[in-house]
Design a protein around this ligand. Structure first.
Ligand code: SIN
Ligand code: CO
Length: 413
């Protein structure tokens, strides 16, 4: 039941800064069969299942470990900046509360039928980020976040559907999933959460640690914990047409330039005197229509909008710049020994013409290949850094990012 829209939580301070950064597990390449997808290649998975039909994958990640222990997870749910939700189903009544939750505000772990969900765990924990990175065979522009749910026996969020694709990875204990492709998606009225009025399960599986269920949007599902359990949900973003339109027009207007004529003011030299002052003048409507019809854009504007918009950090993300930053010379010498990596909160996207880092569009410095590789791998080896360090435009840019807390010295090891 994750809330996937844009109103995500994010952190203002690093909840946990696992160091050194977790070992990267590279996403499988498109044509290599992988246990993660039940020995399909990512290309086969995308063709056959993505946005089309559910897939159950036994032992997608054998010996998987929960990124956070139960206590670490409860600590995270107590942070102000984190979006945590508590859903209880006591005496047959659904209730929802929003965090933060101090440990003593949560029901006892011996009590049945409650669940705690934390959105965007990848922003706070490198192990969660590394888990999310395994799914980068789907473009970053679509990948949203990693949510973790903890539930006691019988706990769940009720039968519901989501509007987004999701991989539900069991990381601790067992959960029974029932799913159905029903057409009737009517919700029970008057509840604080989305629970289907009539749920008809067509298939049912008990998932154990390492097992994973992929669901495309709008498949009804219900996951109920059997004993204490934890589930990671890897979610995707799909902005609605109305959100994209509103944001794109805002982007165009903000940029001014040639897309809109920023200095055209409304004029009405022909306006006659009126005896119905409250009425909108027809000429005004016509004139504004003409101004709007003049708004122009091209593919470059769309790419520039999408790159900036999709790489924009979630509202409460604040980076943690180094407290005593190295000067550029020392940064270069350090990075030449240990490489650099993107901070787990950094979003770096590119296309042929531009690149976008954390919502900012930037011109390429010193060629493009290094930047493409850093964005795709989220890490740059010391050796690669040394080769690039002869180009001061590259080192100056990377030093600036380091000072902003967008990258860190030290590769993913
Ligand atoms: C989901 O149904 O999408 C996830 C719910 C959970 O992890 O409990
Ligand atoms: Co769901």
């Amino acid at each position: 039941m994750p809330k996937r829209p844009t109103d995500h939580p994010a952190d203002t301070a690093s909840a946990r800064n696992s160091s050194p950064a977790s070992k990267p597990v590279l996403p499988p390449s498109p044509d290599t069969p992988t246990p993660l997808l039940g020995n399909l290649t990512p290309s086969q998975f995308m063709r056959r299942y993505w946005q089309k039909k559910p897939l159950l994958i036994r032992q997608a990640i054998p010996k998987v470990e929960a990124p956070l222990s139960r206590d670490e997870f409860f600590d995270l749910a107590d942070k102000d900046e984190v979006e945590a939700r508590l859903i209880t189903h006591f005496r047959n009544k659904w209730q929802l509360e929003h965090g933060p939750f101090a440990a003593d505000e949560l029901p006892s772990v011996t009590q049945r039928a409650w669940t705690l969900l934390v959105q965007g765990v990848d922003l706070y924990d490198d192990r969660a980020r590394a888990l999310l990175d395994r799914f980068r065979f789907v473009p970053d522009a679509r990948l949203d976040d990693l949510m973790i749910s903890y539930a006691t026996d019988g706990g769940g969020v009720g039968p519901h559907f989501d509007s987004y694709d999701v991989f539900l990875l069991q990381v601790k204990g067992k959960r029974r999933w029932r799913i159905g492709a029903q057409k009737d998606l009517t919700l029970q009225p008057g509840l604080p959460l989305k629970v289907l009025q009539h749920f008809e399960a067509e298939e049912e599986w008990l998932l154990e640690p390492g097992d994973m269920l992929y669901l495309p949007p709008h498949i009804a599902h219900d996951g109920v914990a059997e004993g204490e359990c934890m589930t990671c949900s890897i979610g995707f973003r799909a902005p609605s047409a109305s959100e994209l339109t509103a944001q794109f027009l805002y982007h165009l207007a903000e940029r001014g330039e040639s897309a809109v004529q920023p200095n055209v003011l409304y004029r009405d030299p022909q306006q006659p005197a009126v005896d119905r002052p409250a009425e909108l003048p027809a000429a005004l409507i016509e004139r504004v229509g003409a101004i709007l019809a003049d708004v122009k854009w091209n593919e470059q504007d769309i790419a520039s909008f999408l790159g900036s918009y999709l790489s924009e950090p979630k509202p409460s993300v604040v980076f943690d710049p180094p407290q005593r930053p190295l000067n550029e010379a020392r940064f270069i010498s350090q990075a030449s020994k240990s490489g650099v990596r993107l901070d787990r909160k950094t979003s770096l996207l590119y296309n042929r013409r531009f690149f976008f880092v954390n919502g900012e569009e930037t011109v390429f410095a010193g060629g493009k290949k290094w930047l493409f590789d850093l964005a795709d791998r989220r890490s740059m080896s010391a050796k690669r850094f040394v080769t690039l360090s002869y180009d001061s435009s590259v080192t100056a840019l990377l030093h600036e990012w380091y000072r902003a807390g967008w990258i860190q010295v030290g590769e993913l090891v």
